[in-house]
Design a protein around this ligand. Sequence first.
Ligand SMILES: Nc1ncnc2c1ncn2[C@@H]1O[C@H](COP(=O)(O)OP(=O)(O)OP(=O)(O)O)[C@@H](O)[C@H]1O
Ligand SMILES: [Mg+2]
Ligand SMILES: [Zn+2]
Length: 503
Amino acid sequence: MLARLASASLRGLEAEAVDVEVDLSRGMPSWSLVGLPDAAVREARDRVRAALLNSNFEFPLRHITVNLAPADKRKDGSHFDLPVAVGLLLASGQIHVENQSDIPFLAAELALDGRLNPVSGILPLTLFAKSQGVKQIIVPLGNAEEAAVVQGIEVIAASNLLEVAGHLQGKRILLPFSASETSTQAEEKLLDLKDVRGQQQARRALEIAAAGGHHLLMSGPPGSGKSMLASRLPSIMPPLTDEQRLAVARVYSIAGEANARSPMSSIPPFRSPHNSASDVAMIGGGQVPKPGEVTKALFGALFLDELPEFKRPVLEVLRQPLESGTVSIARAADTLTFPAEFQLVGAMNPCPCGYLGHPSKPCRCSQTQVSRYVGRISGPLLDRFDIRIHVPPVEHEELTQMQAGESSALVKARVLKARDIQYARQGEGIVNARLLPTALEQYAKPDAEGEALLNTALNRFGLSARSYHRILKVARTIADLAGEGQVSSAHIAEALQYRGDSA
Ligand SMILES: Nc1ncnc2c1ncn2[C@@H]1O[C@H](COP(=O)(O)OP(=O)(O)OP(=O)(O)O)[C@@H](O)[C@H]1O
Ligand SMILES: [Mg+2]
Ligand SMILES: [Zn+2]
């Protein structure tokens, strides 16, 4: 007897067709699994056997061959347990269905007692099943909410193998799962910029960064509000488009963190990994490759607080995603690519003690300590930050007297307007930060006075060609925020303030 069920393997954020074939033949009781190079899938054998026996099914004493086809393709995912178990039940005649091709898409890991354990990647799997014209997908209860995001396919949430068997045979039909109101209407609650008092320059820099998609580096003493400002960036960033929202939801599904954010949310992700993060945590990887922080920050912000405290190799691996908007993860004989488009926000103290340049508190660091600390961020990485600012300390007494700041809603309205201008000029989705030098010379060419100012600055500070382009990009964004077509000396002058000490 042969049973064949349609399934899929995960690859990056996508799912690819895989057939699960189960064949029983005479011979010594044994079972071989072919087409399963991945360790997680090989373990399926033991789980399936235990789950069948503990669900009061028989484990067929025959020669069993399970083939995941095509054999030469790598299979990733722990969701194959259920189709393999159901295939065994069909092939051994323990369950009967009228038409094997009508069997719903099955995706679940089995616990030894026959329960269905949630798996990662349910969203891409559900989208794949739908694209194949499948009418129904059976998933573990814990994944139902996630699968139900996909319209146009029925989601059946089952808790164990017996329930699945009953449903497939039409003996005890399970009702389709429908997402609850509360879960689909994600609470859109964000930290607001109005909480930030004073810090006019830093607020302005944050607005420019959001408007032009520029990476931002803030340096300042402890308690000056750097973390506070960074965590409010998503509140002024453009909301995710439907397409982006789905891509982000895929990321969290593959990461097995679908509960961490609502797939319906259009709020850009905000990630702030701790400085002890490993390079795998940062860029992704693992035996079954999971997205890292750079991918979980997709279309949102990646905040690296205390930037110099991150391990050097971890900072260096950021360069590729910053350059290309994607991250490549090497595996045996294969490379996987995840999207990694995000806005980088770095925060740091000016020195190890934090008080270098502080108006009232003395810095206790030696010159060597300071340069070693700052030197932990390599030149090429530093180069990625279009905007670098100093965030000065504010005294606590002053803070209470300062006016509450402008709200995020007002700032965001300006950001959106500036984005529209950029997209109309440069093409949908192309922000100033991504302009190449040739495009910059075309779109951001300053007027004569601006050009003169820029040249004076270049000579005086000995700026590189890179710095020159960085200043032009930022000036372009400043002009766009002002709704002005021509980059002028005022825009250049402001951009020059954000080039940091080491531009
Ligand atoms: N401009 C400000 N307006 C309102 N509150 C502020 C401001 N700056 C700092 N604070 C208060 O001080 C606290 C510390 O700020 P925050 O954590 O952002 O500082 P930081 O610059 O990140 O410091 P560190 O270098 O220690 O990480 C905030 O939680 C907030 O309560
Ligand atoms: Mg902080
Ligand atoms: Zn110091």
